[in-house]
Write a protein that binds this ligand. Structure first.
Ligand code: 6PG
Length: 265
């Protein structure tokens, strides 16, 4: 079983808000993320024959998906045991080019032996984003067999926008402070659209949260999120702090460029 250490990071920098595993470039980062996906799902599948994973959207995870869809991971990941959800979704049909599920289906799911009954896209064909969020919450409770307690993912992937958002927890939006729901419809004024997003309580219940952050365009905001004052309304990524889990930042050198001259948390 390959461990992310197999794709040895150039450096590991410890911060209060999570350890940063730095890789030379986006390609090495994608390989490390794929190795981590394999390591966590294989371990979870060994213990309970199920691995609960939430995928992130955006562009950064796409290369990881392509790597997982090719040998060796196409054969070595216990795909039939992987229960897949999405940390957030755009309010578009699955066939839309901007659908997180739709792009994951094209780059990964159509090429590996996932159990279709264990692939849980957000129901964006619902009549209303709020209903879709309620349906997704119900689906989570059904799949995890929980009623009161919050479902615990084995692995949650997250991205971070250059405005500090993660999932669809955008700056200044109400979803940042939701405590009683697992999933909400979050209206994002800057995009003038609804997004369906997992909430901090659900994301922070995970055993492992892994941010994938790549590119010079993220350097400034990554330093602010990791080392600056805590201000979750402006920097929602700062709200990710698993109570009984681990948060790790897999980044490339370009995204980490501002971390050296920032004080370590
Ligand atoms: C989405 C995401 C979002 C994404 C960040 C980073 O649906 O867009 O889930 O939170 O992860 O915006 O996106 P990039 O990887 O494209 O920079």
């Amino acid at each position: 079983m390959t461990d992310p250490a197999v794709v040895t990071p150039l450096r590991i920098i410890e911060f209060e808000r999570g350890d940063v595993w730095m890789y030379a470039d986006a390609e090495a980062l994608a390989h490390a993320a794929a190795a981590l996906f394999h390591a966590v799902t294989a371990t979870a599948a060994q213990t309970r024959n199920l691995a609960y994973v939430a995928l992130s959207g955006g562009s950064t995870p796409l290369r990881m998906g392509e790597i997982l869809a090719a040998p060796p991971y196409r054969e070595t990941v216990p795909w039939s045991a992987v229960e897949l959800f999405w940390g957030d979704e755009r309010w578009v049909p699955a066939a839309d080019a901007s659908s997180n599920y739709g792009t994951a289906k094209q780059t990964l799911l159509d090429h590996v032996a996932v159990d279709p009954s264990r692939v849980n896209p957000v129901p964006t064909d619902a009549t209303d984003p709020r209903i879709a969020a309620q349906m997704y919450s119900a689906q989570l409770k059904t799949v995890f067999g929980t009623v009161a307690e919050v479902p615990r993912f084995d692995l949650v992937f997250l991205g971070m926008g250059d405005d500090g958002h993660t999932a669809s927890l955008f700056p200044g939006t109400p979803a940042i402070h939701v405590t009683e729901e697992l999933v909400v419809a979050n209206y994002v004024p800057k995009l003038d659209t609804y997004r369906i997003t997992m909430t901090p309580p659900l994301l922070n219940a995970a055993r492992e949260v892994v941010f994938l952050v790549s590119g010079a365009g993220k350097a400034e905001i990554l330093a602010a999120v990791l080392t600056g004052p805590k201000r979750v309304d402006e920097l929602p990524s700062q709200i990710i702090a698993p109570e009984h889990g681990r948060v790790r930042w897999l980044v490339d050198e370009a995204a980490a460029a501002k971390l050296d001259d920032a004080s370590h948390g």
